[in-house]
Design a binder for this molecule. Sequence first.
Ligand SMILES: [Zn+2]
Length: 227
Amino acid sequence: MNTAPYSLEELIEKNNEELYKYVSEKKKILLNTNAKGWSEETTDGCVIIGCSPTDHPQASFAHELLHAKLKIMGMKDPLILGGEGLKYPQQLERYLYNQLAHHKMHKEFISMGYMDVEFLHDDDTEENARQLERDIAELEKKYLAEKNMLQGGLQVGIPYLASTCPHDKSDKPIIMRLRDISESKILKEIDKLLEEWRESGEYSPCHTMKRFCEICGVYDIEFLPTK
Ligand SMILES: [Zn+2]
């Protein structure tokens, strides 16, 4: 495994140089080499990219640059209103934002010459797989107890959203396991919503987030664009 800290020179390569040029012409790019994991923070004037040791630093760098590009194109964290019945509405908003960003940028990541398995950095891939495994095991228990196809809700929608964005080989079984125990109608509705989101020229996630919540049976929630 490569060891951080990386320099910008090390992180830029043929596959990501055009993207780097695009972002760096609009914002100053700074590296935070003390970060835990990879991250991106875009402010008015600069993009701060946090980096940590990984097997594929240039791909991880491209991933974070794509997050920054989406923000430059207008994808901003919305304000969440309502959702009183939810335990952690703010967490839900951040989660949905991140997953929708991944769905929007995955195609470009692959077209740059990177692979699905490089989409998330190693720690994230493991953490993601652990969370999905925990969620799916719970759902399978519920399915067995109720002896009925799961009717949806965020408990099905959230792991589905994460496992449909390809980045890891182990996701395929998770998605198949989810399909085995859930009503197909809701999953098809999410598929359709995601396809519209990926293909549209829309960068505000507000409408898609609201529709996702509605498909999952949560109606008392609004997402409002911020500046
Ligand atoms: Zn990401």
